[in-house]
Design a protein around this ligand. Sequence first.
Ligand SMILES: Nc1ncnc2c1ncn2[C@@H]1O[C@H](COP(=O)(O)OP(=O)(O)OP(=O)(O)O)[C@@H](O)[C@H]1O
Ligand SMILES: [Mg+2]
Length: 352
Amino acid sequence: MATMLERIRTILSATFIHYEEVAEVLAVAITARKNCILWGPAGHAKSAMVGAVIQGLGLTADTFVQSFGEGLDEATLWGGLDFQKLEDEKVLEYHPERSFLAARIGVFEEIFDAPASVLLALKDTLTAGCLRKGAQQFPMATQVVIGLTNREPQEIADLGPAAQALVERFPLQLRVAWPAYTAADYAAMYGKAPSALNGFTPILAEVIARAVAGGQFVSPRTAMYAREAVIGRAAARGAAKVEKEDLGVLRFVPGLEKLGATMAQEVEGAMARAAAAEALAGFERRLAEVMAEMGDTPIKALQTVKRLTVLESEAASLAVPDDLTKRRDALRQGVGQNITLARRRAEDLTRI
Ligand SMILES: Nc1ncnc2c1ncn2[C@@H]1O[C@H](COP(=O)(O)OP(=O)(O)OP(=O)(O)O)[C@@H](O)[C@H]1O
Ligand SMILES: [Mg+2]
């Protein structure tokens, strides 16, 4: 029987990257019934990961997702006003059985965006473990609350004692962000959701990583939108394959508009690099093949020498961008060494 941590890891690893700490925090929160907050920059799958875990664990029916926008009022938080009761008995009561209070798990989206009065009421109820409003009392069935927000809990706590008391009701807190935003990170994310575009994703990942390195942050979510837009552009012109021209659509993706202008150039550079890397890989494969086929007669060994010489002259004209020159030079040297090796082999075999 898999542990909670193992189950959550398995669920998250199917579609997400950089999920390890989220898995740990959620496993502890759910197992030990400790409220937690996942906070951090937008578009890092806080909502998506929690949603996937709830669904993957089969807890959807036990979960109540509450959106805590500026428009949230207390009545909504407690399930809405009981109008029947108001009309019949002239008393103000709520429908807590329709609120998060009746669910084992509460997921609070954008928790700190709600008005202060609502947060204060929430704090009181979380502290008491029960909704108390006049004559109405409703015990809280909620075992764990998972709060999601872009705002830093410590900053909220600094707003005052009430805010601090609320933040303290969440003993587990994790900042969700990536350790790095390199082409490899974006490419790994794309790899989790394969698509027809896959041949093109390394280039898109590289273009995005360059934008980030240049000071223009691109969130993982925006990067996903970018890919969808590019695929959509190819589909819209009836193509089965993405071409360079389709990347122009990125100028319509919020957060990538600026990239649109330099896109053609960026893509050309990225494509040249990808093509050079591909050529090198092909070359390395051929070299390995030639060496593997070296026979055990002098003639066969000399044939290998001949084939290697062809490779050698090709390697000499192999043009690659700066970051690949080391690999190309190593390859050239390898071919040269193998030629010497094959010649010696031919000589040895002749002497026998
Ligand atoms: N680490 C990741 N691995 C895979 N996909 C990711 C990752 N981070 C973000 N994404 C993609 O971005 C999408 C958007 O994430 P989501 O809306 O859940 O982010 P969020 O952190 O809740 O943002 P916000 O703070 O704006 O609410 C995900 O559904 C997924 O496609
Ligand atoms: Mg979210």
